[in-house]
Design a protein. Sequence first.
Length: 240
Amino acid sequence: MMLKVEGLTKEFGGLRAIDNLSLEIKAGGIMGLIGPNGAGKSTAFNCIAGVYAPTAGQIFFTGENISGKKPWDLCKKGLARTFQIVKPFASKTVLYNVTVGSFATCKLRSEAEDKAMTVLKFLNLDDKKDILAGTLTIADRKRLEVARALATEPKLLLLDEVMAGLRPSEVDEVVEMIRKIRDSGVTILLIEHIMRAIMALSDRIVVIQFGKKISEGTPEQVANDPNVIKAYLGDDYVVS
């Protein structure tokens, strides 16, 4: 099992943002995490990625209990993430930005740059390697965010709304990019509000509301769950 979350709970003062959440992701799979705004999706991500220590519960990554471990330690173990609001080194080149990620597993700059170029080619960004990151389109900034994470050589990649703000054609391109990453051997957990994308990508979907899991299953099962339709999707997503 690549990732196993057992009874994850996270409280901030008197607010319980995550309430007894459990999920499992097998190696090589794609799991979608969905729910209304404020449901606790990003908090769950932050607990898994080491930003927040859980109030209760346990998180296992490749069989190791990683509850409370720091993000930089998890990155070296093979757990990487992207951020919903992308913040590249705007005054530096695309290659520089991805090379920084490569230093998670490389000591020499030449080696790190070689790895960064390999990632850029994989994501079809190599033709922009000398462009300043601050001048990229939002779609390419999103792609660069993924490239920086991939440069750390993750086993598990957490993607936080990498399609937000993109045009439909750009969303389609990112869907294919995520499939390509999965096919390369990387397991993926993603948060996304674009339902046609998450339904097309996910092997399984977990739905949370007010920090609690209200449904889990295949895209078809989730789309037909009355609790999910009422809480989040709406009748348009019912699969006949």
